[in-house]
Write a protein that binds this ligand. Structure first.
Ligand SMILES: [Zn+2]
Length: 340
């Protein structure tokens, strides 16, 4: 075991050459929970066996639509449980990719106060060792290795805790080549500060997805992120309680028309179960917030708007492959020719 080999990607079920990933959703969640709440006050809508069956059936429908790979960006802070997701991965033909990093909406746990240089217990920052172990050896004693790093900042900007996670993730990226996805706050143009910090930490910005960028309709902001080299995550289709899909679609078309097809990734940030927004609430409030919306609604709308199949293949196959394969200095135009 070690860092993934050149041109390969770690998945729940082993290493895969990046050119075999096929149609990929780069920002999804299988199950989002809160282990301490779940242990003490289980959610009334949660039933593990039913949830596993629902996920397997959902991935089956995605496979029928042509999806071959899904990145599960559920990291600690969102209730990551790779043993549970592995039980899904073993039952579906869709390849799943695990992530490491930290979702710091609630800050880092107290453990990280005492365990840090200058902290009560001291030592090096354990986050670095944790992220590297997840990528090189496997997560929580499994053989599931992380294929993506996830970092977080929101409307409050880059807090000391999020900066610490960015620094550890940058360290892990520079040692392993595993790409990063951010959670960014579009309204405050939060991706700009994230790019500045990552650049200062030495991370090549073309190895970075500014997640949730597609919640912004500010073309100047979005083009500046893309011009600096990063991918733009149009990764919340269906999440209409934040931004209507019609707005995301307009912005997407505007960027495609301006030649940014090689910088855009489509996904949903959906989940088969999330304690924060449980299934009953989702089906009532945001009926299209599930992992089939890109294929059932967005791609047909793009075709109707006149975008050709090579552009759609770039969005769904070529761009995820370029992002996920550590070493592919690929020419996006050449990839389209291959007609994958
Ligand atoms: Zn997410």
């Amino acid at each position: 075991m070690g860092s993934p080999r050149a041109g390969t990607v770690s998945t729940f079920t082993g290493e895969v050459p990046a050119d075999q990933l096929g149609t990929t959703l780069v920002h999804e969640h299988v199950f989002v929970g809160h282990p301490e709440l779940d242990l003490n006050w289980p959610h009334p809508e949660w039933n593990e066996e039913e949830a596993l069956d629902r996920a397997v059936a959902g991935f089956g429908r995605l496979h029928a639509l042509g999806v071959r790979t899904v990145v599960d960006l559920t990291v600690p802070g969102l209730g990551r449980d790779v043993r549970r997701v592995l039980r899904v991965a073993e039952r579906t033909p869709v390849r799943l990719i695990a992530a490491t990093g930290y979702y710091t909406a609630d800050g880092l746990p107290q453990f990280f106060r005492t365990h840090r240089p200058g902290g009560l217990v001291g030592g090096p920052d354990p986050l670095i060792e944790m992220f590297l172990r997840d990528i090189r050896e496997g997560i929580a004693g499994t053989r599931v290795r992380a294929g993506m790093l996830k970092v977080f900042s929101d409307s409050g900007g880059i807090t000391p805790d999020s900066e610490r996670v960015f620094a550890a993730a940058a360290h892990a990226h520079l040692e392993t080549g595993v790409p990063l996805t951010t959670h960014s706050h579009a309204e405050s143009r939060g991706g700009t500060a994230q790019q500045q910090l990552l650049a200062r930490l030495g991370v090549p910005l073309d190895r970075v997805v500014i997640g949730h960028a597609g919640d912004s309709e500010d073309l100047d902001y979005l083009m500046s992120l893309a011009d600096a080299g990063s991918f733009l995550g149009f990764d919340r289709f269906g999440m209409e309680h934040v931004v209507p899909d019609a707005q995301r679609f307009r912005t997407l078309c505007a960027l495609l028309s301006r030649g940014y097809a090689d910088r855009i990734l489509l996904s949903h940030d959906a989940a088969f179960f999330s304690r924060m927004t449980p299934p009953s609430w989702r089906s009532r409030t945001v009926p299209h917030w599930h992992m089939e919306t890109v294929h059932r609604r967005v791609l047909p709308q793009l075709r109707a708007a006149g975008f050709a199949e090579p552009v759609l293949r770039m969005l769904m196959i070529g761009n995820p492959r370029r992002l996920l394969a550590n070493d592919v200095a690929a020419d996006p135009a050449a990839e389209i020719e291959e007609g994958t």
